[in-house]
Design a protein around this ligand. Sequence first.
Ligand code: SF4
Length: 227
Amino acid sequence: MKVLNDFKPRINNAELRKHLCLSSGSEEWKKVQALIERGLPLIKPKCVYKACYIKQKNSDTVVLEGISFKSRVLRKNLEAAEKAFPFVVTIGDGLEKEAKAEADFLEQYYIDIIGNVVLQDVIKDLRAHLQNEYKLEKISYMSVGSLKDWPIQQQQQLFSLLGDVYQAIGVQLAPSMLMHPTKSESGIFFPTEVTFLNCQLCPRKDCPSRKAAFDKEMAREYGVLGV
Ligand code: SF4
């Protein structure tokens, strides 16, 4: 298991404004900027990952280092791959605590969204690290629990494959299979020729975090239409 803890926290202002629907000259945006200044020192990005050879591929399972993951979508995504990179990233619990201590609900909401945007940038940093380290032109990832096809219960397998994630970066898996700190993400990166996004296969309506439109044809091709 490799640990990365030297990512610098940064805020993608354009992305944050888009999520909050705020213009750069607005009074609300000034408030958000003050929150960023307060929150930035509390953000501690960390990540663990493993480079795993794919030992076995069955009809709807893949086996990494003796641990089996059941997902038709993951299996298809790993069709041509020899290696995959299970990971957990977090920004720590600093912002979470700050939001809890904040009496103003709107500011709590702003802090929460700041955390989401920073977390996405940490995932981008991990992506760049993997591409550089393993000379991979293009990679995509799937998050555990983001699709019905790959249920959240498989977090257990992911955590046991990685080892002592809590000791390494302070992320704990609750019996509900959710992670603490909550601003954490887990999944598997894999080499790909065409960018894959979980959202392309997710039919959920009105999701504020959607990154790509639902693609019915693609869902049919993956065998998960209506699943
Ligand atoms: S649409 Fe929303 S819930 Fe569905 S995979 Fe994308 S971010 Fe997750």
